[in-house]
Design a protein around this ligand. Sequence first.
Ligand SMILES: NC(=O)c1ccc[n+]([C@@H]2O[C@H](COP(=O)([O-])OP(=O)(O)OC[C@H]3O[C@@H](n4cnc5c(N)ncnc54)[C@H](OP(=O)(O)O)[C@@H]3O)[C@@H](O)[C@H]2O)c1
Length: 307
Amino acid sequence: MPMRALVVDPDAPGSLHRGTVDEPRPAPHELLLDVRHISLNRGEVAFTHLFPAGTVHGHDASGVVVRAAADGTGPAEGTRVAAFGAGAWAQRMAVDTAAVAEVPDRVDLADAAALPLAGVTALRALRSRPILGRRVLITGAAGGVGRFAVRLAALGGAHVIASVGSAARAAGLIEAGAHEVVVGLEGVDRPVDLVVDNVGGPQLAEAWGLLAPGGDVQGVGSASGEPAVFAPNSLFSPGRTKTISSFGDGAGFGSDLAVLLGFVAAGRLSPHVGWRGSWDRVAEAAQALLDRRIAGKAVLDVEPAAG
Ligand SMILES: NC(=O)c1ccc[n+]([C@@H]2O[C@H](COP(=O)([O-])OP(=O)(O)OC[C@H]3O[C@@H](n4cnc5c(N)ncnc54)[C@H](OP(=O)(O)O)[C@@H]3O)[C@@H](O)[C@H]2O)c1
């Protein structure tokens, strides 16, 4: 069956065009999803051109199961789910049943599409250290991963310091749970126990200098695109070991996604959707994301497949 999809095309604006491709054929451990909403992530938008031409792009989706997995795992036909996997920006997606989670009745399906990569990344970064009563610094706090991290760190009992690029980007972060909002790292006057770093570059080297003994910098991303240069000997410090860690492991995604959906259903987490529109407008949304004009997440509505 043919379907519409956002396909990598080096000659199109933003290296993406909406074209027609064959519906995916699910492997035995995959279900077939009727995609209703998708969300954009900076990494996939900034690096679309690095994917082979013809690739169905994107990783975050929500929708309704049209065919359950042949191996008997995962949700039944008709279940509303959020999903993470390659080929998400299409009317139909084949996705591993271990990478989906059922969307509770009281959770809006569009909000669910905002969660997968950014939400699970924030959750996993915050699990690197116990955060109850600890000082947690989140850089790029106005962005997709950052806003989830602010809220989740507050839920985990941390003292949350949200760092933004400019004062205008601070809107809503105190309401989300930040105890302090700073521009850059200006005014962070005491050591922090955990840094969730989305920005990289010189700010990463500066954040390292703020880390308390025993602390960890979770190097989630490098939205700045700039190199981080550490002064000679600045990585050494006396006392308990300090670390910089990173991760990119997709295993067990569905169970972490279910945790987040549970928080949303309980009213404890609210995805911040700063841009919403039809997937016809994907180039506009992608440019706004790259220009740092979107607070939180961009969610796009997908027209349902025929039949
Ligand atoms: N490791 C993983 O598994 C993983 C998963 C998801 C994302 N990532 C990476 O994590 C980073 C954040 O992702 P995201 O989806 O949250 O991105 P996003 O929504 O675009 O947010 C990025 C934030 O970085 C800030 N920033 C500071 N300097 C910047 C600069 N020079 N250019 C652009 N942004 C700058 C922006 O701050 P202001 O809003 O204050 O301007 C923005 O809020 C990206 O590098 C992404 O590739 C990694």
